[in-house]
Design a protein around this ligand. Structure first.
Ligand SMILES: [Zn+2]
Length: 223
């Protein structure tokens, strides 16, 4: 997404393309919800390094990436000497220690852990609250069906992550400050995006490659 919008990637100060959220301002992370809106994507200003390939409103937020990132924030916020991390280590013996420490998991591993009752029981109270909110958000907001009370579900997740002292990531900023924008997540748009992406990949394979990467990315982004 950052690539499409011409923004500097990695761990940077103003990484949100919708607002001027300062991700270094750890004290105000969960306190200030309304950061100044980003009015333009001008190269040279606030982490924008190149001209944008696509219009801001054409950006679609992928639910899986949000899910993996908030899982990552959860694991990183866990007490490293507590039973929880030890349990994850034993459950996935083939995953390296550094990956576990950094909370890097794939979708099937997250699903497996979500169905694991003993994992819930091994967590301390704060962690368990955060884990249960994580499970609810996966089911009620990031899945195929959005629950009517999804705003409460998101709010629960934010307060339990705050209690756990989790770092806020860009994905959490989307949930906290741009819930309206995140509403673009729906089963319908997901289905269409997958369909379009497959179509574009076929096109790309059969010759679009010659027209260069800019055209390729613009087509993917729906230009
Ligand atoms: Zn933002």
């Amino acid at each position: 997404m950052a690539l499409l919008l011409g923004m500097q990637i990695c761990y940077t100060k103003y990484c949100c393309f919708l607002c001027e959220w300062n991700n270094r301002d750890k004290k105000n992370y969960y306190v200030n919800k309304l950061w100044p809106k980003r009015t333009s994507l001008t190269p040279g200003e606030k982490n924008v390094v190149n001209l944008s390939f696509v219009l801001q409103e054409k950006i679609y937020l992928p639910p899986l990436h949000i899910k993996l990132r908030i899982m990552n924030n959860f694991v990183k916020g866990m007490d490293k000497i507590d039973r929880g991390v030890e349990y994850v280590r034993n459950k996935f013996p083939n995953v390296s220690d550094s990956k576990i420490k950094e909370g890097i998991f794939v979708g099937p591993q997250v699903r497996e852990l979500m169905q694991d009752k003993p994992f819930d029981e091994g967590l301390n109270e704060t962690e368990r609250n955060a884990w249960l909110s994580f499970k609810s958000i996966c089911r009620d907001f990031l899945g195929n069906h959005k629950a009517a009370n999804y705003q409460d579900v998101v709010q629960d997740l934010l307060s339990s992550y705050k209690a756990m002292g989790c770092n806020m990531s860009l994905k959490i900023d989307f949930l906290e400050s741009h819930l309206d924008f995140s509403q673009k997540i729906s089963a319908k748009s997901l289905k269409n995006t997958v369909k379009d992406f497959t179509k574009i990949l076929c096109l790309w394979k059969s010759g679009t490659k010659a027209s260069g990467s800019r055209v390729f990315w613009q087509t993917i982004a729906g230009h």
